[in-house]
Design a binder for this molecule. Sequence first.
Ligand code: GLY
Length: 411
Amino acid sequence: MPATGRGAAGRSGSDEAPGAGPDREGTELEAETRYEAVVVGGGIIGLSIARELAVQGVGVALLDRDREKGGDATQVAAGMLAPVGEHEFGEESLLPMNLASAELFPGLAEELETATGIEVGYRRQGGLHVALDRDEAAVLERMADLQEASSLEPHRLTPSGAREVEPGLSPSVTSAVLAPGDGAIDPRLFADALEADAATRGATVVRGGSVNALLRDSGDVVGVETTDGPIESEVVIVATGAETGRLDWLEPGELPPVRPVKGQVVELRVGEGAPLCSRPIVTERVYLVPRPDGRLVVGATVEERGWDREVTAGGVHEMLREAYRVLPDLAEASFLGASAGFRPGTPDNLPIVGRTETPGLLLATGHYRNGVLLSPLTGAAVARMVVEGLEVAPGMEAADPGRFEVRAGRT
Ligand code: GLY
């Protein structure tokens, strides 16, 4: 079956109209045998890179092993875009990347909605951080101090000021801080829109096949060997999230130090009438992210449990208990479900984006708690590396894989 890709370097022609779209009807697309770039991994990072490469006119194929929409973390993420509210002590190098990427969302969301008709649920009303007791208030105060020290201008609110902003808040709220500029997007709709737009712009999106090996020529990566055959490519970009640390088709010395960090989330539906909240609400233990369609995502646990994907009674109980403490009317919400996924964690909580010492092999992984937020910047940075031949991802220099000595198999 023909591919939807355009501009593939030296590939055989295809009669399929560009923009026929990804695998929406369950039909399978096949990749051509040669591209300028292959992206492995169909989560929000891989999709952002593939789309941006397609925007730049690069012949690109995106390969994802899952027949259904891929992107483990993407499917579970709440979609908070919170460079201010999630700024942590010791993460100063992350902040400029997070802020820069957040600024790309308004334009990107509008472009995607116009191009695809998919409303991605982007809102930017700030994130409201609340404390319900003295200990939480002290933590919140330290957070606001850190934000001020980083010129992020948090807005401190009194309890009544907070309830003016969010009338559903519990009367027990003792203090609050509004993180300006923070917001949210629906990651699944965002991924759908990225994929649809990437395909319309000529990217080939192939789901359901696996990469078995990298094609190498004198140590350089020159493509991938897949279950459906070889695909040559000038560069291969590995965007396989938490899996990247255990891929059996990378040399041991090429494996980045990425580990799975489990997160459980709960999805609720709020009944007809006024929504329980209109912006992300965050406590020390839980966050609540409203969707425009009335759903409310409550997240998330942060668990170092390897590849254990169980949704646990304890995890769900803790999230619901904390959520109910903040928004008491949530007791009337319907329970839609709970799920678990894996964030790709790294030793320094920074992503791993850029070239490895193996020519032709790039990594875009390790986005940990910031995958959705950092996806536009990662897409733009990697596309510029490919198109302009840059050695380091512009705007993401601190994310360079070289800091972990991700080394080539060659000597
Ligand atoms: N960014 C929120 C989380 O990873 O839970």
